[in-house]
Design a protein around this ligand. Structure first.
Ligand code: ZN
Length: 269
C-alpha cells in the first residue's frame, strides 16, 4: 500500500469542472485541477462541455482500487484520466463532499465534523445556476449529498433504496434535460462500516457501482451524443479496517485520505 499522502487536493475538482464547462467558479474555489482541464481541452478541441455527469461512490479508497483492480475493470475501460486526490480532514462524508463541490477546505466551507447543515457558502451548484445551467442531485434519502446542497433552484431526487437512485439516474440521462447531474451512491460505505472494508459483502458493492457506471456510460453515449460530455467516477474519501471486522474512516492516514477519481470526456458527434 502506498503510505504517502497524495499531493493534489479534492478541492481542485470544482474549479476544473467549472472551467471545463466554461462558467465562473464559485467564490473562493481553489484553482481547478490542471490535468483534468488540459485533458478536456484536448478532447473538446477548445469547446466547452455542456453536460457534466458525476457519479460519487462513497468511501472507496485508493488502496482498495490498487488491491482489487478487477472490481474496477469496467470503470477503468471508461476512463481516460485517473486522478489521485487527497481528501480533507476529518475524512468524513459531509466534510469531503463540501470540499469536492465548493472547491474549498473545511475552514472555508464551515463543515468541520460529521454534521449535515445546508451549506450557506457558494457551491458548484450555485455557480452552475448563475450560468443558467440546470442541475440535479440524485441520492439516498437523508444522506449528506441530499442534505447539504438543499435550498438551491435545482432538482433533488431522494430515494430509500440504491435501486431507485440508480433507476432515476437512468431516466434523467434519457430525458436529457439537466446540464449537471451529481449522484451519491453510499452502498459500499454502509456495508463497509458494518462488515469490514474487504468482506465479500462490502467488495461486492463496488462491483455493483462499476456495473451501474458502465450502464450510465452506455446510456450517455446513446442519448447525449449531441453534447460535449464530461463524466466522472469520484469518491469522497477512503476507509480503513478497525477491530471486530468493521470499517471506518475520518482519520489522518493514507487509507482514509487517498482516493482516485476516474474521468472521461466525449466530444459531440
Ligand atoms: Zn463518505
Amino acid at each position: 500500500m502506498n503510505d504517502k499522502l497524495n499531493e493534489t487536493s479534492l478541492d481542485t475538482i470544482t474549479g476544473a469542472l467549472c472551467e471545463i464547462m466554461g462558467i465562473e467558479p464559485p467564490n473562493g474555489a481553489k484553482e481547478g485541477n490542471e490535468a483534468l482541464i488540459s485533458y478536456a481541452k484536448n478532447v473538446f478541441g477548445g469547446e466547452k462541455a455542456d453536460r457534466i455527469f458525476m457519479y460519487n461512490p462513497d468511501a472507496i479508497a485508493q488502496w482498495i482500487y490498487e488491491k482489487y483492480p478487477c472490481l474496477f475493470t469496467e470503470t477503468v475501460k471508461r476512463t481516460d484520466i485517473a486522478v489521485p486526490l487527497l481528501s480533507p480532514m476529518p475524512s468524513v462524508t459531509p466534510v469531503c463532499f463540501a470540499t469536492m463541490y465548493t472547491g474549498t477546505q473545511p475552514e472555508s466551507h464551515g463543515i468541520r465534523k460529521y454534521e449535515k447543515p445546508v451549506l450557506k457558502v457558494d457551491t458548484i451548484f450555485d455557480a452552475m445556476i448563475r450560468a443558467g445551467k440546470k442541475c440535479a442531485i440524485v441520492a439516498h434519502t437523508g444522506c449528506t449529498v441530499s442534505s447539504i446542497f438543499l435550498e438551491r433552484e435545482m432538482d433533488y431526487f431522494s430515494y430509500d433504496t440504491q435501486e431507485e437512485v440508480h433507476a432515476r439516474v437512468a431516466e434523467l440521462i434519457i430525458e436529457d434535460k439537466y446540464d449537471f447531474i451529481a449522484i451519491h451512491a453510499c452502498n459500499y460505505d454502509t456495508l463497509m462500516h458494518k462488515n469490514g472494508t474487504e468482506s465479500l459483502t462490502s467488495l461486492s458493492e463496488i462491483k455493483v457501482n462499476t456495473a451501474f457506471y458502465a450502464m450510465f456510460d452506455a446510456l450517455i453515449k446513446k442519448h447525449w451524443k449531441n453534447h460535449n460530455v464530461f463524466m466522472g467516477y469520484g469518491m469522497d474519501h477512503g476507509c480503513h479496517e478497525i477491530d471486530a471486522g468493521a470499517g471506518s474512516h475520518g482519520l489522518d492516514m493514507p487509507e482514509d485520505l487517498n482516493i482516485t477519481h476516474f474521468y472521461k470526456a466525449y466530444k459531440k458527434e
